[in-house]
Design a protein around this ligand. Structure first.
Ligand code: FES
Length: 81
């Protein structure tokens, strides 16, 4: 998903930089995210927070929310023999 329309920066690109240990300021400098209209800054910061190596709890919360989402099919109990 494109997070920054002005600079055409995706959430995957931001996440990849965050996982490499870069903070928001570094990513902003490197990719130019949130350097024009600024409307994407909150979303970009959220992506950095969720993917930062220094905040593994956020990654666990993200994984849990993905597993609990309605898109994921619920496990079916095994049929009794
Ligand atoms: S949408 Fe990112 S600076 Fe405009």
């Amino acid at each position: 998903m494109i997070v920054c329309v002005c600079r055409r920066v995706s959430d995957r690109e931001i996440a990849r930089h965050a996982r490499a240990g870069m903070d928001f300021d570094d990513i902003q400098f490197e990719l130019g995210v949130a350097t024009q209209c600024g409307q994407c800054e909150g979303c970009a910061r959220d992506v950095v927070a969720q993917c930062s190596a220094t905040q593994p709890v956020a990654a666990i919360q993200l994984a849990s929310s993905i597993l609990e989402s309605r898109v994921w099919p619920a496990r079916q109990p095994a049929a009794a023999a």
